[in-house]
Design a protein around this ligand. Structure first.
Ligand code: CA
Length: 224
C-alpha cells in the first residue's frame, strides 16, 4: 500500500512512517492540511491516516475537502480522545474509520488493511492469481502450495501486480505505488525488482508469468 500520513507531530509522524515502511508499505508524511490536499491530488494513495489536530484547517475540514476534490482513498482519522463527537464529526466529514490516541500500531495496520480491501476496486483479503497466492495480512506468498520468501519490497511489488492481474503497469505507476518520496526514484529500480521477483515466483517453477510489454511496462498474466 501507499499511505499518506497527515500529522504535524514530527515524532509520531516519523514513527508511523517507519513502521509502515518496515511492513513494506510506502508512506509519505504531510505536516499540514494544505500539504495533504496537494499531495493527495498529486499521487494515488491506498489509504490516508489523518490526525484531527492540525495547524490551520483541522482534520475534519481536510477530510471534507479531500472528498470535495474527488479523493476517495479510505481515511482513518486519529482522534485525540475517544470522544463521541469527534468520531461523529470525522465519519460525517467522509472518514471511513477512526482510532483514538494513543493507539496500537498493529491495530492501525489492521484497520488500514481492512479499508484497503473495501476500496472502490475489489480487494479481497487473500489475493489469488492462477496458483499464485498472496496474503497481505500474514505476508505469506506461495505458488502451487509452495512457500516463497520475498523481501518487503518484492512483496509490495508483487501485491501491486496481483491487485491488477492482466493489466499493463508502467514503470512510473509501479514506482508511484511502491516507492515513496524519500526514495531516490530511478525507473531502473523497478526493472531490478521485477528481475528479483521473476527469480522467485517464475524461474524455479518453469513459469513466465511476469511479462515485459515493450515500450509500456510489465504485466502479470491473468492465469498466473
Ligand atoms: Ca497533530
Amino acid at each position: 500500500m501507499r499511505v499518506l500520513v497527515v500529522e504535524d507531530e514530527v515524532k509520531l509522524a516519523g514513527l508511523l512512517r517507519r513502521g509502515l515502511a518496515e511492513e513494506g508499505h510506502a508512506a509519505d508524511v504531510a505536516g499540514s492540511g494544505d500539504d495533504a490536499l496537494w499531495m493527495a491530488a498529486a499521487a494515488e494513495y491506498d489509504a490516508i491516516v489523518l490526525d484531527v489536530m492540525l495547524p490551520g484547517a483541522d482534520g475534519f475540514q481536510v477530510c471534507r475537502r479531500l472528498r470535495e476534490n474527488g479523493v476517495w482513498a479510505p481515511v482513518v482519522m486519529l482522534t485525540a480522545r475517544d470522544a463521541v463527537e469527534d468520531r461523529v464529526a470525522g465519519l460525517d466529514a467522509g472518514a471511513d474509520d477512526y482510532l483514538a490516541k494513543p493507539f496500537s500500531f498493529a491495530e492501525l495496520l489492521a484497520r488500514l488493511r481492512a479499508l484497503a480491501r473495501r476500496g472502490a476496486v475489489e480487494r479481497p483479503a487473500v489475493l489469488e492469481v492462477g496458483d499464485l497466492r498472496l496474503d497481505p495480512a500474514t505476508h505469506h506468498v506461495s505458488r502451487a502450495g509452495r512457500e516463497i520468501r520475498l523481501s518487503a519490497k518484492e512483496f509490495s511489488l508483487l501485491e501491486t501486480f496481483m491487485r491488477r492481474p492482466g493489466q499493463v503497469l508502467s514503470r512510473h505507476q509501479l514506482l508511484e505505488r511502491g516507492w515513496d518520496y524519500g526514495y531516490e526514484r530511478r525507473s531502473n529500480v523497478v526493472d531490478v525488482y521485477v528481475r528479483y521477483l521473476r527469480d522467485k515466483i517464475d524461474r524455479p517453477f518453469g513459469r513466465d508469468s511476469l511479462e515485459t510489454v515493450r515500450g509500456a511496462g510489465y504485466r502479470l498474466r491473468e492465469d498466473g
